[in-house]
Design a protein around this ligand. Structure first.
Ligand code: PMP
Length: 400
């Protein structure tokens, strides 16, 4: 018998496990709306043209494969802070931003979680209820206590803004508040600018530390600038903020693991110290980050002609998703006009939160071969227009 016979079996990941189940299904009707990965209308993965162009530039310049410094590629770190804050931001000019290239959004969040465990002991991290499932794992595994704040209101399939403010007001002073920068996962429900302003007031009043998770910059509105509005606004109010960035979705670099953790601080001295500690944390976790995707992102962000083209491709991808939102809403309204389906149009980003419960989601999969997470989230990025009617009929079947 194995000495590890006592190890329990961990259930499959709630999101990535859906893709595994999808692969096993042999029915032609099957549709994978589980993972948030962009697909074309013919359900093909999409490699952005700007990525191909950047890779060609890289091949031509015959770059080597030496280790990067622990903090990552210098050109990438500059480009990523500029993409986040806008070019020429006072904080970057004054060297008050500590930016460390890390392993996409997940790795960046984990580095910051380790930092919080080490340097803000006893602080609680507040997560929106619901949130991306991995947030809980990331903070729990780093030994950081986390609690919920209210976010989703099932009655309206909308934001419970009052509940959220009440919970954040009730949190101990100086708590860490995780905020989805845009395109909230899984609900697709973002606060309005006015609501963000009130949240900023509250964070200042309570001395909370806002920690933005920016995994979908460009996917909410189609504009990379507009989607960075919330963290830029908080920084403009003079608050110190933490921001994790991911290029998985907006540059389609899922498997390259490109992202960064940024601490926007009050002065250069603090940024220098924080940077030294982020490096110490990364050194023990994975030593230094991968170079390929960071080169791609830095080339695309820093060359004006490629940056312009990226913005166009971003609009194209987010435009396709907006179109299938309309299609799905249209079909559902036609099939079942007694219900209000407008929430689908009001939600933004890759996802729609359908309000389907666990049992209904199981029917979606078992009977209709539609794969989705059991919280009722569907990834519209994986829905072609041609399948919107099929999806609408299945949803209608489940709610009748
Ligand atoms: N945060 C949120 C809210 C996400 O949805 C995701 C991706 N699903 C991530 C972070 C991180 O993804 P990655 O590690 O691929 O960048």
């Amino acid at each position: 018998q194995s000495r590890l016979a006592f190890v329990d079996l961990q259930p499959p990941d709630p999101i990535l496990g859906v893709s595994e189940a999808f692969k096993r299904d042999t029915n032609d009707l099957k549709l994978n709306l589980g993972v948030g990965a962009y697909r074309t209308e013919d359900l093909k993965p999409y490699v952005l043209n700007v990525v191909k162009k950047a890779e060609k530039i890289m091949i031509d310049s015959e770059e080597n494969k030496e280790y990067l410094p622990i903090q990552g590629l210098e050109a990438f770190n500059k480009a990523t802070a500029d993409l986040l804050l806008g070019q020429g931001h006072a904080a970057t000019k004054e060297n008050r931003v500590a930016t460390l290239q890390s392993l996409s959004g997940t790795g960046s969040l984990r580095v910051a979680a380790e930092f919080i465990a080490k340097f803000l002991p006893g602080k609680t991290v507040y997560l929106s209820n619901p949130t991306w499932g991995n947030h809980k794992n990331i903070f729990a595994d780093a030994g950081v206590e986390w609690k919920w704040y209210r976010y989703y209101e099932p009655k309206t399939v909308g934001l419970d803004f009052e509940g959220m403010m009440e919970d954040l007001r009730g949190a101990p002073e100086g708590s860490v508040v995780i905020l989805h920068g845009c395109a909230h996962n899984p609900t697709g429900i973002d606060p309005t600018r006015e609501q963000w302003e009130q949240m900023a007031d509250l964070c200042i009043e309570k001395n909370h530390l806002p920690f933005f998770d920016v995994a979908y910059q460009g996917f909410a509105s189609g504009s990379l600038d507009d989607d960075a509005w919330a963290p830029r606004y908080f920084a403009s109010r003079g608050m110190e903020i933490i921001v994790a960035q991911s290029y998985s979705k907006n540059l389609g670099l899922y498997a390259e693991r490109v992202g960064a953790i940024n601490f926007v601080l009050s002065d250069a001295e603090a940024a220098k110290r924080v940077m030294s500690q982020l490096k110490r944390i990364a050194r023990a976790l994975y030593s230094n980050p991968p170079v390929h995707g960071a080169r791609i992102a830095s080339i695309v962000v820093s060359r004006p002609e490629l940056f312009k083209e990226w913005n166009e491709e971003m609009e194209y991808m987010s435009g396709r998703i907006k179109q299938v939102r309309q299609d799905l809403n249209g079909h559902l309204t036609k099939i079942n006009g007694d219900r209000d389906w407008s929430f689908i149009l009001n939600q933004v980003g890759m996802f729609s939160f359908t309000g389907l419960n666990k049992e209904q989601c199981k029917v979606m999969t078992d009977k209709h071969h539609i794969y989705m997470t059991s919280d009722g989230r569907i990834s519209l990025a994986g829905l072609p227009s041609s399948k919107a009617e099929y999806l609408a009929k299945a949803i209608d079947d489940c709610v009748r």
